[in-house]
Design a protein around this ligand. Structure first.
Ligand SMILES: [Zn+2]
Length: 279
């Protein structure tokens, strides 16, 4: 009876997460989500990111035994969803532990099935993840700090958009899609990009149209994903260079030198700003 009462009291006063042995373990499928988790959790959790190799294409990733162990030991798991990290879904499906928190970012932001999976390039995604994590970890002050850290990026997007809105651009892979929309760019050759993302061969006509958009200067910038390079994308990059169309390097995962998500996004936007045609 006493034991039962104690258990009831414990369940009442402690959140489910507090019942776990410290420190709390958070596993993020990708390092950009892990970075935000670190910002929110501070020293209250140990964060591990699985995908962080800038020379690897995360779309092609597989899991191994070490990853499986990390995921099995975690209390909070963050992954992108939308077919981007199906290896994580497989690991979670194999391990039916009920008392852990799983955050599927695509579901969190209400992304539709089949939409561009590179959700972290949408400036609305990380604040949503930060709010969710702050609520779980009971750290509202960390959410406020994260929101403040986002302001320079929001301001930068607003300022750049005055110049970039309506500009036609193209890309080798859809990684930059959401940020391109936020900047008001008009994206060309999306069918080609979709094929490259899925490791498929683009249709002949898509390649012809892409090359034409560079040779006739319809596209004013070319975004290239340095983590999904192949002979076809290399050829487009070289055509762009021959025609003096600025090529902007975009990375799929957060590069080792970046101090934070905002720092990473800011440096990419600065590269765009300095490559824009004179206005
Ligand atoms: Zn990608």
């Amino acid at each position: 009876m006493i034991l039962k009462y104690t258990l009831l009291l414990t369940a009442f006063f402690l959140s489910p997460l507090a019942l776990y042995a410290q420190p709390l373990k958070i596993v993020a499928a990708e390092n950009f989500y892990g970075g935000v988790a670190e910002q929110i959790a501070g020293s209250s959790a140990e964060v591990t990111s699985i995908m962080s190799n800038p020379n690897q294409d995360p779309h092609e990733s597989q899991s191994n035994a070490r990853t499986a162990k990390k995921v099995a030991d975690a209390t909070i798991i963050i992954y992108n969803g939308l077919g981007y990290d199906t290896w994580m879904e497989k690991l979670l499906g194999a391990d039916k532990k009920s008392n852990r928190v799983i955050i599927n970012v695509a579901q969190l932001v209400g992304a539709q099935e089949g939409s561009n999976p590179h959700l972290w390039y949408d400036p609305k995604t990380m604040p949503a993840l930060a709010a969710k994590l702050a609520a779980i970890l009971h750290r509202p002050e960390a959410e406020v700090a994260f929101f403040e850290s986002m302001q320079p990026l929001i301001e930068k997007i607003k300022r750049l958009k005055c110049i970039t809105a309506g500009m036609k651009v193209t890309a080798t892979e859809p990684v930059f899609g959401y940020m391109a929309s936020a900047l008001g760019f008009q994206m060309l050759n999306e069918g080609y990009q979709q094929a490259i993302m899925n490791d498929a061969t683009p249709r002949f006509q898509e390649i012809v149209n892409f090359e034409k958009s560079l040779t006739d200067h319809t596209a004013q910038l070319l975004f290239q994903n340095s983590q999904t390079i192949n002979p076809s994308t290399l050829r487009l990059i070289s055509i762009a260079k021959q025609h003096h169309i600025p090529v902007i390097n975009i990375t799929e995962t957060e590069p080792p030198g970046a101090k934070s998500y905002v720092d990473w996004m800011m440096s990419q936007l600065e590269e765009i700003e300095s490559s824009l045609p004179a206005h």
